[in-house]
Structures are given as C-alpha cells and as structure tokens.
Design a protein around this ligand. Structure first.
Ligand SMILES: NC(=O)c1ccc[n+]([C@@H]2O[C@H](COP(=O)([O-])OP(=O)(O)OC[C@H]3O[C@@H](n4cnc5c(N)ncnc54)[C@H](O)[C@@H]3O)[C@@H](O)[C@H]2O)c1
Length: 251
C-alpha cells in the first residue's frame, strides 16, 4: 500500500498563517507532513494549527519574525531538537507595499529586502547543514512575476527582491544538488489574498481580462505547484522557476 505523499516528512513554511503560505501548509499536512507554521502573527498561527489539527493533520507553532536572523536560527535549532530531521523548507513569507518610486522610503526598502530577500538567504543557510547531512532536502521559494517583468503598483524594491530570489534559487540548486537537496521557485501573479486587497474590483477585472484563462489565481493554484516541487516526484527538477499566472506572462 502506498502511504501519503509527505508521510514522515517535516516541513517548515514561512508566512504560513495566512494566504498562500497557509494553503501550502494545510495541503502538506493533508498529505501527511508534520508542518511548522512559521509566522510573525501568533493569532494567525493558532488559527492555522487549529484548522490543520481539526482535519487530522500534524502541525506545530513557529512564531518568528523572519526579518530577524537570530529568531530564524532559534527556530531552526528548536525544530531540529524536536524532530530528528527537516525535509522541506518553503520560503513564502513576504510583504508588498504599494508605492511609487518617490514614495519608497528607506524604511520601505529595508523592510522589503529584509523579509523578502535576506530572510530567504538566512533560512536556507540555517537548514543547509541539516539537509546536507541527511543528503535530502526540498527547498521551494515563492518569487513573483514582478521579479521577471517588473510592476507598476508595488514598490520597485518588491520586484528587485523577487528577481534576486530567482537568482539565489539557481545558486542553491547548483551548490546543494550534489547533496540530494533541490531548490526551485514559483513565480505567481494575481493570487487573491490579503496582500492583493489594494486591488479594487475595476483593477481585478482589468487584470483577469489580460489573463488567457480569464480568471484571477487562488492560493490553491500556487500550493499544488509547490507541493509538486517539494515532492519526491520532482527529484530531477532543480533550479527551476515555475510561472503560475494563467498564461499572462510566458517565457
Ligand atoms: N498574492 C499574490 O498575488 C502574489 C503574487 C506573487 C508572489 N506572491 C508572494 O507569495 C507570498 C505569500 O503572499 P500572500 O499573498 O499569501 O501574502 P499575505 O499577506 O496574504 O500573507 C503573508 C503572510 O506572511 C506573514 N509574514 C509577514 N511578514 C512576516 C515576517 N517578517 N516573518 C514571518 N511571517 C511574516 C504574514 O503574517 C502573513 O501570514 C509572498 O512572498 C508574496 O510576495 C504573492
């Protein structure tokens, strides 16, 4: 008999309290993983864990501001103390601040780079010795279409971090591939979460009209792709950035 796809696996999902991260965490748990719900917001963590446990899944809290390196190192140490292994890391936590170039303050630049980029570097650096030693690991980074194509509503720092995430994904894929660890990314567009609440109905209509499949995206659209990249089925997929945009942008 074949067990669940992620049975026995331990996964950390950052920004798992809401939106895309929450869907990824919940889907991983539904398919057998023990999921550490890493988020800056304790209420979101509680809600996500309660939902997973109510569905018969396994999840534990990972309260952490990923823009603080010390908190990341503490979280990874706690996870490795509690579990003998750490198989999957999904770097999903991110912020998007709508701002023009002139409105982009130093604080916006710093916060965007700290959460969307530095945290990804720190997380990967923290899990590397564990995954290397186990000769197994799956790292999936949530980038964005803006990392390829730019954007005219979010701060220009946002796309800059998302482009950097694609680049680091490829470096990690090269450096950790020999140790059985793959690193891939997804580049979503127009996924309806709290992050996109600044789009009004008119903007949503314009956006969906430009998408060949004529609809906006859902957290599930992203989660299904992330689960594939995090699975054993994707062991020969490495350094890939998968567009999830209904055909809006193709490359
Ligand atoms: N929604 C989209 O259309 C879209 C498109 C492309 C890429 N993305 C990316 O997908 C990821 C998830 O976005 P979303 O739409 O689900 O956003 P969201 O705002 O709905 O959820 C983000 C989650 O991250 C958490 N978070 C924020 N700062 C944190 C920090 N410092 N430490 C730990 N957790 C923190 C929040 O509490 C929240 O639970 C982000 O990286 C985003 O850039 C989203």
């Amino acid at each position: 008999m074949i067990g669940p796809r992620f049975g026995g696996k331990v996964a950390i999902v950052t920004g798992a309290g809401q939106g895309i991260g929450r869907q990824i965490a919940s889907d991983l748990a539904d398919e057998g993983a023990t999921v550490i719900i890493c988020d800056i917001n304790p209420t979101y963590i509680e809600e996500a864990i309660a939902e997973i446990i109510a569905r018969g899944g396994k999840a534990s809290p990972g309260l952490c501001d990923v823009s603080d390196r010390a908190q990341i190192d503490k979280l990874i140490a706690a996870v490795t103390a509690a579990h003998s292994h750490l198989d999957i890391l999904v770097n999903n936590a991110g912020i998007l601040i709508p701002a023009t170039i002139e409105e982009t303050t130093d604080q916006i630049i710093d916060r965007t780079i700290d959460i969307n980029l530095k945290a990804v570097l720190w997380m990967i650096r923290a899990v590397t010795p564990i995954m290397k030693k186990a000769r197994y690991g799956r790292i999936v980074n949530i980038s964005s279409i803006t990392g390829k194509n730019g954007d005219n509503t979010s701060t220009f720092a946002y796309g800059a971090t998302k482009g950097a995430v694609m680049s680091l994904t490829r470096s990690v894929a090269r450096q950790l591939g020999p140790f059985g660890v793959t690193c891939n990314a997804v580049a979503p567009h127009a996924i309806m979460t709290k992050m996109m609440m600044y789009w009004d109905e008119a903007k949503k209509k314009v956006a969906s009209d430009k998408i060949p499949v004529r609809r906006l995206g859902t957290p599930s659209d992203v989660a299904r792709a992330v689960l594939y990249l995090a699975s054993d089925e994707a062991s020969f997929v490495n350094g890939e950035v998968l567009n999830i945009n209904g055909g809006y942008y193709m490359d």
